[in-house]
Design a protein around this ligand. Structure first.
Ligand SMILES: Cc1cc2nc3c(=O)[nH]c(=O)nc-3n(C[C@H](O)[C@H](O)[C@H](O)COP(=O)(O)O)c2cc1C
Length: 209
């Protein structure tokens, strides 16, 4: 663990083991995990069971290749889970944004909701939320201050139906979605470009025959 993360966690030393704490960190999905469609399902399924058993609530947001997770619960339980998550090789560059004792949870009834913060994945029903989240998109949480992070959490806690990829033919493959999003509005351009490239290659081939 980085020195910075360790020193942030050390600020909890004087807090009782049974005290309620909140831990927010950011990380990046590794390239190999980006290509695996099942990662979100796996993490969400594991988190739902484990977090409920341990009384941990919170949210896991994903967008632009980055995760932001907020974990809330008893200090010992949150820190035990934090150690497992931080040693998970499916993500990297983990940085703690916030760690503090809290009086009450922000995400009282959220076990571990997964939110996708990529605009083009949103349904018309969640467009209103896109407006509220505009100051936080494109999702680049590494540079967020603690105030910015807290503002973000306060906004998403109000979402009854959080932006989430649902069936509707969308795969969980982040890279695939990105390519589709970029390519779709430019289909005609790409066809013409492809044709011209082909002509160019034939021309070069003939030239060197
Ligand atoms: C970004 C991210 C967030 C995760 N969040 C949770 C979580 O909230 N709860 C959980 O049980 N596992 C979570 N996991 C999975 C854990 O890292 C780990 O795989 C799981 O707890 C199983 O641990 P084990 O292999 O030591 O048994 C997360 C993984 C990643 C990559």
């Amino acid at each position: 663990m980085s020195l910075d993360n360790s020193s942030k966690l050390n600020t909890l030393d004087h807090i009782a083991d049974s005290a309620l704490i909140q831990l927010v960190y950011v990380s990046s999905l590794t390239l190999s995990s980006r290509l695996r469609a099942s990662i979100f399902d796996e993490v969400e399924a594991h988190a739902r069971n484990y977090n409920e058993q341990q009384g941990i609530t919170g949210t896991l947001c994903y967008g632009n290749g980055h995760f932001l997770q907020c974990l809330e619960g008893e200090k010992t339980k949150v820190l035990a889970l934090q150690q497992r998550i931080f040693s998970d090789k499916r993500h990297k560059d983990i940085e703690i944004l916030l760690v503090q004792a809290i009086d009450q949870r922000i995400f009282i009834d959220w076990r571990m909701r997964l939110l996708f913060l990529e605009r083009w994945l949103w349904s018309p029903a969640t467009k209103r939320q896109a407006v509220q989240l505009a100051p936080f998109l494109p999702f680049a949480p590494y540079s967020w201050t603690s105030i910015h992070t807290e503002q973000f959490l306060q906004i998403i806690r109000t979402f009854e139906k959080p932006p989430h990829i649902n069936a509707a033919g969308i795969t969980y493959n982040a890279l695939g979605n990105m390519v589709r999003h970029i390519a779709a509005p430019h289909q005609a351009f790409l066809v013409v470009q492809g044709f011209l490239t082909l002509l160019l290659m034939i021309g070069i081939f003939i030239l060197f025959l």
